[in-house]
Design a binder for this molecule. Sequence first.
Ligand code: GDG
Length: 485
Amino acid sequence: MNVDVVASTGSMIVVSNRLPFVLQRNKEGNLVRKASAGGLVTAVAPVVINGNGLWVGWPGIHLDDPNEPIPESDPSDITPTAGLKSEKVIAVRIDPIIFDSYYNGCCNATFWPLFHSMPDRATFKGEHWKSYVKANKEFADCTLKALKSLPRHAGEFPLIWVHDYHLMLAANWIRQAADDLGLQCKLGFFLHIPFPPWDIFRLFPWSDEILQGMLGCDMVGFHIADYCLNFVDCCQRNLGCRVDRKNLLVEQGGRTVRVRPLPIGIPFERFVELAEKAPRVFGTTQKIVLGVDRLDYTKGLVHRLRAFEKLLENHPEHIGKVSLLQIAVPSRTDVKDWSAELTGRFTTPNWSPIRYIYGCVSQDELAAFYRDSAVGLVTPLRDGMNLVAKEFVACQINIPPGVLIVSPFAGAGETMHEALISNPYEIDDASEVIHRALTMPEDERILRMNYLRRREKLNDVNYWTKSFLAAMGSLVTQEDHDDIG
Ligand code: GDG
């Protein structure tokens, strides 16, 4: 059976903090769209475009005039959102001061560190929480307007898909308001970051409200089973809900909420195509160990550099032959200082232990880096999934291939079983794992990479979207569509 997604049954409303493109003002002061083409957007946008869909989100700019129309995409735009007509987009407008306190305060200074199990980095401020509540109300109100505007067909309930930690309260308000108006709908939520254990989660002073917000959904999705179990545990211990751990069910207010592990994938074939086309980026004499990360404390950059330093100390045969290439969007300076020290200690006239690229490289260039590296080093201290690990294996089209190293504290470490697993906190062992990767026999490299690539190809980002829609009972396949047609 051909199971390409055509649309969800009935209509669908996607709700995310950001719209799938950013609005900017051009020199003339007119609004223009700037495309974004992440995997998530690529997978979800066609469902909204092809079906009877709408996308609710913040447009990346504060709009003063509530009647200013959203522009259509530029005719030269070839990204997946080009077909997303402005009538399918609802731009949420939030007061700039509230937005700053909601986004930079509650989302990034509280939920991000707390949900990554780093409570010492989290701040807990009543002002930020109030802004989070207000912002979520705005998103819920906009979603309700969207729901009211949708044409309704007998026997089909619109599906509302809410994304991520920015919007954990919105679902329950949407449900209550929709119930009051007699507008039946299905509500699903997906969290892209980890859901922490109860002992961490309960540090948040308003943790009950968060759980109640998420339990407004019919189904709540996480990347892996551990996050699901943490959520179920919190519902039981915080709210006293009846739960079924085996079947991942939570009872709340006379409804049963399903909790599901739905590990996200990448647009696998797109990365293979990029890797096939991209020109060579490194010479053949030196091996590259590659790291690609946003410069964030969750990514374990300092631990990684220490492990690489230990590698050169304990296995000097790699000096002059292996470099660590770290691609990073800069935001912190402590890593830079450490890298300078390491560079100074080992550099020779013809070789440097570390190469650092600050800022974004193009996706073509990224695919070439992935393809031509001997080792992909994905060692966050905590990470919901980590798409870099998956993109690395998609681009490993050379024979013999390279080796992937993943932290057990990333969702990817739970699902990519043939990678070498390395605890980033254990510096000595982490350096030995890099040595093992660099000296791994060809046949073992081929076997491991074949299995890794096969899994990611099957479980790509389209498969993830289909799994979500299927779990919501809202999947229409190509075959169904042909039958209807
Ligand atoms: C959340 C969760 C979860 C990075 N540098 C460059 C570049 N990138 C791209 C990579 C990759 C993405 O950024 C980073 O992957 P993440 O997995 O960290 O994704 P986020 O959306 O930031 O994070 C995470 C994810 O959601 C999905 O659910 O996996 O755990 O935190 O796609 O390719 N892209 C380009 N140049 C760069 O320099 N072009």
